[in-house]
Design a protein around this ligand. Structure first.
Ligand code: SF4
Length: 327
C-alpha cells in the first residue's frame, strides 16, 4: 500500500448464493468481481455506473456492510492499519467510528419520530463517544453549524424540512463521530439540480475542513465531473476504466465511459444529438457475457471481444482501462 492510500481494495469479490432448493440448482450472483483500486487519503473519489453495476455493493463491502467473499480491503490512517475482512469485535467498533455512510434517500433515512437533535446525536450515544448530555449537545451544535443547519431546527422533526435540508441533517449525522472515510451513495440523486450543487459544495468544503476521504457513488457522470479528483467507472461488477477526473473527461479510453460521457447534456448546440445511446439493458450478474463483459452493448465490439477478456492496461499515469481497442 502506498503512503498516501487510505483505502486499498485488492482483488475483492462479493458473491451471493441465490435461488435453488433443497435439491440444489441455485446460482452465484457476482455483484463485485475481482476488483482492485486505491483511494488516496484526502481525495474525493467517484464511483460511477448504471444501476446494477455493483457500485453500492463495493461501497458497502469497504464499510464491512456487505460480505467479502474473496480478496482484501485495507484501511489505513495515521493511527490504524486494518484488514477490514478480519476485524475483531473491538476493532470493528472502532472501524464503525472511523467510517460512515450517507444514505441515498433523505426522506426515508430519518426517523419521523425523532427530533433533528436526537437524530444527529444517536451515533454518539450508540457508540458511547460522549459522557454527558451537555457534551453531546455541544458536538451536535458544532456539526450542525458546519453543515449550515440553523440551530433553531434542532428541536424540530424531519417532516418540517425540504429534501436539501434533510440531506444536510443526514450529513451531520454521518459526520458527528468525526469519521475519516465517508461513503456518499447517490446522496444527491433525489434532489433538484440547484440543490444538488449546493450539497456537493457542502461536501467539498467539509472534506477540506475535516480532512475526510470521500467515496462518492453516482449513476450520473455529470454529477462527479466537477466534484471528484479521481473517477472509477464500473460495469457489471468490474471496474472498466479509472483515471484522474480531468483526464477521464478529456481523454476517455473505454467505449462504456464514452457512452456515459456522451449522454451528458451539452450547452454547445453543435454537440447536441451526438449522444452515443447505450442500447439494451445491463445483463444479469448471474449470467455474465463471455470475454469482455460489455461486448453485448458495445458499439465497436468484434468477434475477439466475445472470446477474450481484455487486459487492465495503463494508458497514462493513473489512467487504466480494460478494452482490446483502447489505444
Ligand atoms: Fe468494446 Fe471490445 Fe473494448 Fe469490450 S473489448 S469495450 S467489447 S471494443
Amino acid at each position: 500500500m502506498t503512503a498516501q492510500s487510505h483505502i486499498q481494495v485488492n482483488r475483492l469479490s462479493v458473491h451471493y448464493g441465490v435461488g435453488g432448493s433443497l435439491f440444489g440448482g441455485g446460482g452465484v450472483l457476482k455483484a463485485v468481481d475481482d476488483i482492485s483500486l486505491e483511494i488516496p487519503r484526502g481525495s474525493f473519489f467517484g464511483l460511477v455506473g448504471e444501476s446494477g453495476s455493483g457500485k453500492t455493493t463495493l461501497g458497502r463491502a469497504i464499510l464491512k456492510a456487505a460480505p467479502i467473499s474473496e480478496g482484501e480491503v485495507r484501511y489505513v490512517d495515521e493511527e490504524v492499519d486494518y484488514d477490514v475482512g478480519r476485524l475483531g469485535k473491538k476493532e470493528l467498533k472502532d472501524y464503525r467510528k472511523r467510517t460512515q455512510l450517507i444514505f441515498q434517500d433523505p426522506y426515508a433515512a430519518l426517523s419521523p419520530r425523532m427530533t433533528v437533535r436526537d437524530i444527529i446525536a444517536e451515533p454518539l450515544e450508540v457508540m458511547k463517544l460522549t459522557k454527558t448530555r451537555a457534551e453531546t449537545d455541544e458536538r451536535v451544535r458544532e456539526i450542525a453549524a458546519k453543515c449550515r443547519l440553523n440551530l433553531e431546527h434542532l428541536r424540530r422533526f424531519p417532516h418540517a424540512f425540504s429534501g436539501g435540508q434533510r440531506q444536510r441533517i443526514s450529513i451531520a449525522r454521518a459526520l458527528v463521530c468525526q469519521p475519516k472515510f465517508l461513503v456518499a451513495d447517490e446522496s444527491v440523486a433525489a434532489l433538484d439540480v440547484s440543490i444538488q450543487a449546493d450539497i456537493l459544495n457542502l461536501l467539498k468544503s467539509l472534506q477540506k475542513d475535516m480532512d475526510i476521504t470521500f467515496l462518492f457513488i453516482s449513476h450520473d457522470l455529470s454529477v462527479v465531473a466537477h466534484t471528484c479528483d479521481y473517477v472509477a467507472v464500473m460495469y457489471l461488477g468490474a471496474i472498466v476504466e479509472m483515471a484522474p477526473s480531468r483526464r477521464l473527461f478529456t481523454a476517455p479510453k473505454h467505449p462504456y465511459t464514452k457512452a456515459l460521457l456522451s449522454a451528458i447534456p451539452s450547452l454547445d448546440p453543435d454537440d447536441r444529438g451526438r449522444a452515443q445511446k447505450l442500447e439494451g439493458e445491463i445483463p444479469s450478474p448471474l449470467n455474465k457475457p463471455s470475454g469482455c463483459r460489455f461486448h453485448t452493448r458495445c458499439p465497436i465490439a468484434t468477434a475477439r471481444c466475445a472470446a477474450e477478456t481484455p487486459e487492465w492496461k495503463a494508458h497514462a499515469p493513473g489512467h487504466f482501462a480494460a478494452c482490446h481497442f483502447a489505444e
